[in-house]
Design a protein around this ligand. Structure first.
Ligand code: PMV
Length: 311
């Protein structure tokens, strides 16, 4: 069995599509898993996803992004074709937690392990990026990167170069509460809407993206120092900018406000927006109070997670 973690974008989503930096964190305790079992010769390749409500032969749904990924890995790495891949995931779909990238990463790792091979995280990330493109159109690549590397990362696209990917030092453990708005929102919708607005008024959106980029750089310093008190207001400011960019929603605003009122150090929507999750930064002592406040404010779910300090 192979697994891969969920992820959160701590700050910088959307602006990252336009070349500004963003910070993403893996959530080690929320994972997707893939297992492979051989089938009799001539059976072909079957994907079973009991939690996601489906079972299909990759040859019958070649345009489905996971089918495409599986066929590409089998062909490129000489994996035997007669097999059943079973996917399970504890990550809510279309919620900003990287469920698609985690499932794809677990599948790639498991197919490679099944055929006695391994690849470095960068190569796995590239394979997963191809399947993410099938879902999202032109993703920045941050999801597949943080999931495949499985460490906090600084990510920045660069013209004519591969993206800049740097592991981030975390000076002290971070306690986060993740609140799920319960609204499912496919990434490509807000991403497409932002592109239309940017095309209509590039100067305004470039200026907003610059402001996001500046606070992401400040967040990096606060993380390295382990200074949660400095990080909190940066997250609040990022939420405000995401509102101005037009990707928040009444539910996400309500949850962020409820978290702050319950004592969070900062709160923002996380991921593409219009639905999905928000995150609140807190002290460990205050975490349960904030999770309760989020549920009382209508969150479909609220969970507490910790990002470990690095070396
Ligand atoms: O909500 P998610 O996990 O799909 O994250 C989207 C992040 C964006 O910056 C909005 C898009 C991207 O491709 O980076």
């Amino acid at each position: 069995m192979a697994t891969a973690p969920a992820k959160l974008i701590l700050c910088g989503e959307h602006a990252v599509v336009y070349g500004r930096p963003a910070i993403a964190l893996p959530l080690a305790d929320i994972r997707a898993t893939a297992t492979v079992a051989p089938l009799p010769p001539g059976s072909g390749t079957l994907i079973s996803a009991p939690d996601l409500g489906g079972q299909w032969r990759v040859a019958e749904r070649p345009d489905e992004p996971l089918s495409g990924l599986v066929m590409a890995v089998i062909e490129r790495f000489g994996v035997p074709v007669d097999l059943e891949i079973t996917i399970r995931s504890a990550i809510p779909i279309a919620s900003g937690m990287g469920s698609g990238a985690a499932i794809a990463t677990a599948i790639v790792r498991e197919l490679l392990a099944y055929s006695g091979q391994t690849l470095p995280p960068a190569a796995i990330s590239e394979l997963v990026y191809e399947s993410e493109r099938g879902y999202h159109g032109t993703p920045s690549g941050i999801d597949n990167t943080v999931v495949a590397f499985e460490q906090p990362i600084w990510f920045q696209r660069r013209p004519d170069l591969p993206p800049l990917i740097e592991p981030l030092p975390i000076g002290a453990p971070l306690t986060l509460v993740v609140g799920d708005s319960g609204v499912r929102s496919p990434t490509r919708l807000p991403v497409g809407a932002v592109r239309e607005r940017w095309q209509a008024d590039p100067a305004r959106y470039e200026a907003l993206f610059d402001r996001v980029g500046a606070l992401v750089a400040q967040a990096r310093a606060a993380l390295a120092e382990g200074n949660a008190c400095a990080l909190g207001p940066l997250l609040d400011a990022n939420h405000e900018l995401l509102r101005e960019i037009g990707v928040s929603s009444p539910e996400l605003d309500r949850l962020a406000a409820a978290a702050r009122a319950a004592g969070a150090l900062g709160a923002k929507l996380a991921g593409a927006g219009w639905g999905g999750v928000m995150l609140a930064l807190t002290t460990p002592e205050q975490a349960t109070t904030i999770a309760d406040a989020l549920r009382a404010a209508g969150a479909a779910n609220a969970l507490v997670t910790t990002i470990a300090a690095t070396g």
